[in-house]
Design a protein around this ligand. Sequence first.
Ligand SMILES: Nc1ncnc2c1ncn2[C@@H]1O[C@H](COP(=O)(O)OP(=O)(O)OP(=O)(O)O)[C@@H](O)[C@H]1O
Ligand SMILES: [Mg+2]
Length: 467
Amino acid sequence: MVKVLIIDDDESIRIILARLVREACSAADVAVSSEIPECGVDYALLESDNGSDGIRLIEQEHPDVIISDLLMPGIGGLDVLKRAKEIDERVPVIIVTAFDEMSSTIHAIQLGAFDFVSKPIDHEAFKTLVTRALEVKRLNDAGACENSAVGTGAPDGPVLVGNSREIRNIFKQIGMVSGNRVTVLVQGESGTGKEIVSRIIHSIGITKYEPFVPVNCSALTETLLESELFGHVKGAFTGAIRDRKGKFELAAAGTIFLDEISEMSPEMQVKLLRVIQERQLEKVGGEEPIPVNARIIAATNKDLAKFVEQGKFREDLYFRLKVFTIDIPPLRERKGDIPQLVVYFLARINARLHKNVSIVPYEVMDMLQNYDWVGNVRELENVLTQGVLLARGNVLDRGCVVLGQGNIAREGIAVNKDLTLAEVELEYIMKVLRKAHWNKTETARILGISKSTLYSKIQEYGIEKDE
Ligand SMILES: Nc1ncnc2c1ncn2[C@@H]1O[C@H](COP(=O)(O)OP(=O)(O)OP(=O)(O)O)[C@@H](O)[C@H]1O
Ligand SMILES: [Mg+2]
């Protein structure tokens, strides 16, 4: 007989969950119980309306599957999950919550939750989940082994906003890789959030107290990239006036973020492959091998598999990188995230520009939701920044929202008669700062101004690092 425990302070939810569990168990076939194949699974339902009684039942009854609400008065779902895992590491725990947000999802998955479902509950999906949980438990009891990503630490720092199925799936994947050092390949169109996902993997997981070192593989020439990545010794080439540490070395036991990996030259691809294989490198002009401990996260907005087919990217390197792949879908395929993103960005932009644009009329929100966002989240952010600058009161009215300019980041700032020169300058400086990962020397170089001019402009506009 299998025992299923339901913990929820809301009686009506317990009733629904109990019914779904009953349906799942009676529909479940031989897979779950070989003893009573024809009539589903023989099961017992246990219920509790609070976390501490729930834990007591776990201790006494050792249920096979636990379904727990996340937020309850007193002991919450994460505590239940922790205790359940201490008692029996292999028990599947399904966390149910109305509060669908990133940190709890990631944390629950890190703590080893079997899955995470949000209210309103999709009945069919939930039943399938219960059946799967029962099956996994049976396999476990039979001696098979399941992996669960275990890690610690609550997320802070960069945030990934959204609650679509797609983005929740990404939260889960982040939870799975943040507790280990596996190489990750993040793929997605430009502006979908590849860098932010990479930063979150770094900052919530075991690398969080170590450096995060971004390198844009397309921004530098071959020789410069090699010395940038691996460092050089004094005298290795003209201009190498002293020893210099490379980004791999600077990343230490943290993360090296190889952005736009598809743009790496064939020669550099060979060198990178060797570093990954041997977990050590040599500085340009150096002879001593240096161990490599950093976790690699690579990102690309190109279809890397196609690049491999076309002979533009080495297949062996591709396989080394795609140990774990995270595909971020374009924003137009998860339009449900748009309202949350709008609210989130408006708050940030208002704070940065000392504005208070907080009202978004329905028709404007509709317009934003119906647009195709070729430049994805970055384009949305840019359109909103421009909107806030153009708004004269606290309403983001239709006239402020200028759509149809594609990815402004790539195409430059839209000419708009209402923007003052200072506003355009501020926006452009922000774009370059972000592009250069807030490296002031690089930003000043791109802008063609001195570093001190850049600093005075940063002060003048009250620019603060926003990512
Ligand atoms: N889900 C999200 N929640 C909050 N901010 C987001 C989200 N997705 C993207 N952003 C923001 O959108 C901007 C673009 O994201 P990011 O730089 O991570 O994209 P990218 O995929 O690396 O783009 P590119 O390919 O052009 O380098 C950043 O300012 C980032 O903070
Ligand atoms: Mg990027």
